[in-house]
Design a binder for this molecule. Structure first.
Ligand code: NAD
Ligand code: DAU
Length: 356
């Protein structure tokens, strides 16, 4: 079996759902259920003996040690993190606690357990650390995409905390021999994405007739990857990635934010036209920029393709259509995540009118 951390969040839950659709290998899913964790996403696994959900903190050493001893997983896939850049600007404490201290404690619990395994199990064991392209900082418009050798230059409290966790993982391999692999992925989108992030926020706000808040000039560039392609990359790295290596994961889909928002508006115009016949694009509003906003990310994923034969299946056009359709088909999921906490966040970030 494998132990997944953060498997009630956006990518972790997609990973668990896909894993159990493809394998019978059981999953222990350790998640604290912060505002970003949602058991409703895992509803289809209710009563499935292959999935055991445990609510808890990766920083709870006794809990993690007990789970490792009881279940003897062959691998840990570590998704759990505080993941939203804007929240890290409002307050970084939780990011340091979970992403840095939590990852440190998880590594220590795993190392203690791993060091006591028989030699063959020790050699087969993997700690897969799921990280981000944001650790590399911002690119000039014409600079080549990030390779795995790019210097770490994190600019936000979130990316600094993820960079710190990447360094800890690296050190636990080099110093203690823990068999780790790290993936650094670009922006994901797809089903079950919490509507604080750009793509689901724009879909949800558009349908609610609210403004679509584009930060600054909207010309910041991100590389977008459909979440299920990220999950397939993680499965491939877990299966065949070389110990101690890092792999960049990306979709070869660099796009400015405003283009993403216009594409979503055009899809909604086609699939759920506004009653007044106007385009959803009329709801686009440029708002104050994010402090320290990175201008461009781009991922060079050639190593993963050359060494492990991984390629994304979705283009941005196919992935974004699936995503918009998913949100149109799941209004209850959206309504349930728009809890009191969500409204408080929207008010703090976008003002009282946006939360009304
Ligand atoms: P998310 O915020 O949707 O989910 C994070 C999950 O971790 C939640 O279920 C939350 O309850 C859980 N969690 C938080 N603190 C915890 C703790 N102390 N102990 C146990 N569980 C805890 O995040 P996501 O978007 O699914 O991202 C997952 C991972 O992938 C993160 O490590 C993130 O840095 C990385 N990543 C995300 C993206 C992206 O575009 N979303 C891209 C690249 C890498
Ligand atoms: O690059 C990978 C990273 O992608 C992950 O490590 C993070 O966990 C994930 O949250 C994401 O970070 P971003 O900051 O790029 O994602 P976000 O959806 O918050 O923003 C995407 C872009 O859209 C960014 O340039 C900011 C902009 N934006 C975002 C929001 C929420 C807006 O213009 N308006 C908004 O309201």
């Amino acid at each position: 079996m494998i132990l997944v951390t953060g498997g009630a969040g956006f990518i972790g839950a997609n990973f668990v759902l896909d894993w159990l659709a493809l394998h019978d290998e059981p999953v222990i899913n350790l998640d604290k259920l912060t505002y970003a964790g949602n058991l409703e996403t895992l509803d289809s696994l209710r009563g499935d003996a292959r999935h055991r959900f445990v609510q808890g903190d990766i920083g709870d050493t006794a809990l993690v040690a007990g789970l490792l001893t009881e279940h003897l997983p062959r691998a840990v896939v570590h998704f759990a993190a505080e993941s939203h850049v804007d929240r890290s600007i409002h307050g970084a404490e939780d990011f340091i606690q979970t992403n840095v201290v939590g990852t440190f404690r998880l590594l220590e619990a795993v190392r203690t357990h791993w060091s006591r395994l028989p030699d063959t199990d020790k050699a087969a064991f993997r700690f897969l650390h799921v990280s981000t392209d944001e650790v590399y900082g911002s690119l000039a418009p014409d600079a080549p995409a990030f390779t795995e050798k790019h210097a770490y230059e994190p600019n936000s409290p979130y990316s600094a905390s993820k960079a710190a966790s990447d360094h800890l993982v690296r050190a636990w391999h080099h110093t203690h021999g823990l068999p780790v692999v790290t993936t650094n992925c670009s922006n994901n989108y797809g089903p079950y994405h919490f509507p604080e992030k750009l793509i689901p926020l724009m879909i949800v706000n558009a349908l609610a007739g609210k403004p679509l808040p584009v930060y600054g000039d909207g010309m910041q560039v991100r590389d977008w990857l459909y979440v299920k392609d990220h999950c397939s990359a993680i499965r491939r790295v877990l299966e065949a990635g070389a110990v101690g290596e890092t792999y960049n994961v990306g979709g070869w889909n660099e796009k400015p934010n405003v283009e993403i928002v216009r594409t979503i508006c055009a899809l909604l115009d086609e699939l759920r036209p506004r009653a007044d016949g106007a385009s959803y694009a009329t709801q686009i509003t440029h708002v104050k920029d994010r402090p320290g906003h990175d201008r461009r990310y781009a991922i060079d994923a050639r190593k993963l393709e050359a060494d492990l034969g991984w390629k994304p299946v979705e283009t941005f056009e196919t992935g974004i259509r699936k995503t918009v359709l998913w949100y149109l088909d799941h209004p209850e999921w959206v309504a349930h995540v728009q809890s009191g906490e969500y409204r408080q966040w929207v008010k703090a970030q976008y003002g009282a009118a946006a939360a009304a």
